[in-house]
Design a protein around this ligand. Structure first.
Ligand SMILES: [Zn+2]
Length: 320
């Protein structure tokens, strides 16, 4: 059977177009992770492609963490189904799939890192914002409000602390620690499905996990936007063990594609791109007790950054 990527892309668009005609409360799923802590799953036939939106409701305000790139009205969904409290917004990092729908919250305070603010400004200026899955192009006019490590966002008897680690996924990353509910919102710096390290050493990621573990008594749940979050905070132990195994010389698998990535019919990829993932010369996949790390085999230790090393890339090198 031949299913072309072009056909699947068109089919995805058509499904999304039909869903856009459905009532707003059928365009999202809603789950309660902890008291007053909600997880919203925007509909997308491609499963985990759209991140989850998290909402923490305090006595005065509710905080929306990452509006995502859903083309549906997530603000209306929150206001009609989750809370009538005034909304604040936080971006974990600048990637379009987390920030595109900021435009729905232009009249709210949107917290972000300084680098995220800079990156979003540049994206607006250069027109690098991508259209959504319905083909619309909305651009947020909100300038963003910069927060940094240790700052507190007070929702009214519910304090959210801004946490910084050495970024592995995006230099613009911030984490948010909900001290009342005991939940850590990690953005893509933790992904229970797979961490893509690309050209950051495993040791850097390990140090992040050790730092978060040192604060383990402040949270017992990790809410990650992709691939099946929330997960129990003990997942940190297995990320740590996974890194330590690699640093002791265990080598991962050159087939770095997860099945959901390789065989997701709604994510169109050429046969060449899939083949590259299955036999990547530089990247390895290390799976350990529910955690997976895709890492550069030349960059296990931080000191290797100063030595000659190959660069890992999500895409096959361009043929010249
Ligand atoms: Zn991201």
């Amino acid at each position: 059977m031949t299913i072309t990527p072009e056909f699947m892309t068109e089919l995805k668009k058509e499904i999304m177009r039909r869903v856009s005609t459905y009532p707003n409360n059928k365009q999202f799923d809603l789950r309660l992770a902890k008291p007053d802590t909600w997880v919203i799953l925007p509909y997308n036939p491609s499963g985990n492609e759209t991140p989850r939106v998290h909402v923490c409701v305090g006595e005065k305000y509710a905080l929306v963490i990452d509006p995502t790139d859903t083309p549906f009205d997530v603000r209306k969904f929150i206001e009609e189904n989750v809370t009538d409290k005034p909304l604040l917004v936080a971006n974990t990092h600048s990637h379009n799939d987390h920030t595109y729908a900021n435009y729905l919250f232009d009249d709210c305070t949107i917290y972000m890192s300084e680098l995220c603010q800079k990156e979003l400004k540049e994206m607006r200026k250069s027109g690098r914002v991508k259209p959504d899955l319905l083909g619309n192009l909305h651009i947020s006019r909100n300038e963003g409000t910069v927060v940094k490590a240790g700052d507190i966002i007070d929702l009214g008897n519910r304090e959210i602390e801004v946490v910084e680690i050495t970024p592995c996924h995006s230099p613009t990353s911030l984490l948010f620690l909900d001290k009342k509910a005991g939940v850590l919102f990690t953005g893509d710096e933790i992904d229970p499905g797979q961490i893509n390290m690309w050209n950051i050493p495993v040791e850097t990621f390990l140090n992040n996990m050790l730092y978060l573990k040192s604060r383990r008594d402040e949270f017992d749940m990790i809410c990650a936007p992709h691939n099946g979050g929330p997960v129990h905070a003990d997942t940190l132990n297995y990320f740590i063990e996974n890194c330590e195994r690699l640093m002791q010389g265990v080598e991962g698998d050159p087939d770095v594609g997860s099945t959901s990535y390789l065989l997701n019919p709604f994510e169109s990829r050429s046969a060449e791109a899939v083949e590259y993932r299955r036999n990547d010369p530089v990247t390895r996949r290390s799976f350990w007790k529910g955690t997976a790390i895709n890492y550069n085999v030349d960059l296990i230790f931080n000191k290797q950054l100063d030595e000659p090393h190959r660069l890992a890339s999500p895409h096959p090198p361009k043929k010249i």
